[in-house]
Ligand binder design. Structure first.
Ligand SMILES: [Ca+2]
Length: 286
């Protein structure tokens, strides 16, 4: 009888041990799963999407394959791409009249452009050259060399940022154009690829997503998308639905808190209201 009791007690201890072990393993597996979910940002919050108001339309030359756009002293500066058609233009906004045109050699495919300090810098797609111009005359004053593809560029003070079609932005030395650091752009932890034309806007960095109807408003410190601007209505009005003549070209008007957007070969340039509460909130969250 005592022998049976000892055997039962031993068995109970074994069962209790395995129950405890099982509980520990279950808790551990749960913790690992939660950490994995957090690490992969499955639980992270996606940036809100806003469809801003279109305030007006301006003329745009359908012969311009827009790769970069910015405002300087009340005039549009625009970089046009394609080999044999690449150029840098200065345009009067209301009339669309081209005031000055600088044509590039036929083997060069121009990409984004911006005012960097007191000169205009224009990227090239695969030539590894950033072309430098005097802003008033578009006289070429030099060039930088860089590795990889050039897509978009945005400059503000000492912050010169370029894109190459990946999810990574490159911050560059404004004097040498050498890479200083890269920043991966993410939404809910997921890399946002195809970053194209860029623009600084109130402390945030705006990026056109190639072949998308959206513009990302990016925190330049963390790389997180703070807000998506849904440009579906702009694309609908443009009448363009193919994969080449897509939304591209963002110019920020800081004084009016407005955005100008257009696309490759579009006949209109659209004026976008950025005074909305959600847009202001995204900027203040930094
Ligand atoms: Ca721009």
């Amino acid at each position: 009888m005592r022998t049976d009791c000892r055997a039962r007690c031993a068995m109970l201890r074994v069962v209790a041990f395995f129950c405890t072990l099982s509980a520990w393993l279950t808790a551990l597996a749960g913790a690992v799963l939660v950490n994995a979910l957090l690490a992969s940002s499955v639980l992270a919050e996606r940036a809100p999407v806003v469809a801003p108001t279109i305030l007006g339309e301006l003329p745009h030359d359908t012969g311009v394959f827009t790769q970069g756009l910015f405002l300087h002293r009340g005039l549009f500066y625009e970089s046009a791409g394609l080999r044999g058609q690449s150029r840098l233009l200065i345009t009067e906004p209301d009339s669309g009249q081209q005031i000055l045109v600088h044509r590039l050699p036929p083997h060069i495919f121009a990409e984004g452009a911006d005012l960097c300090g007191d000169e205009v810098v224009q990227l090239t797609w695969t030539s590894g050259l950033a072309l430098r111009y005097e802003p008033d005359t578009l006289a070429k004053i030099g060039e930088f060399r860089y590795q990889g593809q050039g897509w978009g560029i945005a400059c503000r003070g000492q912050r010169v940022v370029t894109s190459d079609g990946s999810a990574n932005l490159t911050f560059r030395d404004p004097k040498t154009f050498k890479s200083q650091r890269t920043l991966t752009v993410t939404d809910a932890g997921v890399p946002v690829r195809q970053l194209n034309e860029l623009e600084w806007a109130g402390g945030l960095l705006l990026a056109n997503i190639w072949r998308s109807h959206r513009i990302a408003a990016i925190d330049p410190v963390t790389g997180a998308v703070r807000l998506w601007l849904d440009m579906s209505e702009v694309v609908r009005r443009s009448g363009q639905s193919g994969t080449e003549f897509v939304l591209n070209g963002i110019a920020w008007d800081a004084a009016q808190q407005r955005l100008y957007v257009t696309g490759k070969g579009w006949n209109r340039l659209y004026l976008i209201d950025c005074t909305g509460e959600s847009l202001q909130r995204a900027r203040l969250r930094r």
